[in-house]
Write a protein that binds this ligand. Structure first.
Ligand code: CMP
Length: 145
């Protein structure tokens, strides 16, 4: 089954949106297979946003991503990469439709609440960046119905 990596960024934590966002993923039926709060440092932010390192806004991404702990989330489900990106909405909140996470809660592209992997290949790299092998769980949902 496909897996993806989601980061609930500092503004999601500071605005008390962690439960609301987790609830949206759970209501969609996606399976939580990993969840933890982390204080990011320069090294992991630099690695995660390596492709943006030469952008003028890179220093502001680093300071934003360090401004409080974040929540890292691993989800599993059918086509979960695409499903999660639809639930998140467009990267720029000005383009994100109402009903999506960014459309409902995010302020601007530099404070856009949430990150999700953009492909299955990226997800594999990003899951390994934020979770050790033993922190991702494999289980059946036997207690429903
Ligand atoms: P994310 O999905 O985490 O992946 C890349 C991030 O770069 C993106 O969300 C935004 O937070 C950030 N980003 C992209 N463009 C800009 C911009 N013009 N100014 C500030 N941050 C940006």
């Amino acid at each position: 089954m496909q897996k993806t990596l989601i980061l609930l960024k500092p503004d999601a934590v500071q605005k008390s949106l962690v439960g609301e966002i987790l609830s949206r993923f759970e209501r969609k039926g996606l399976k939580i297979i990993g969840l933890k709060m982390i204080q990011l440092d320069d090294a992991v932010i630099g690695e995660h946003y390596d492709f943006l390192a030469d952008k003028p806004f890179f220093p502001s991404i680093v300071s934003y991503m360090k401004s409080s702990p974040i929540v890292a989330l691993a989800l599993e489900g059918h086509e979960v990469v695409k499903v999660v990106r639809q639930l998140c909405g467009a990267t720029n909140p000005a383009d994100a439709l109402p009903g999506t996470i960014r459309g409902d809660f995010a302020k601007s592209i530099d404070n856009n609440i949430i990150h999700s992997s953009d492909s299955e290949e990226t997800a594999a790299k990003e899951l390994a960046r934020f979770f050790k092998a033993g922190e991702l769980h494999s289980y059946e949902r036997t207690l429903i119905d």
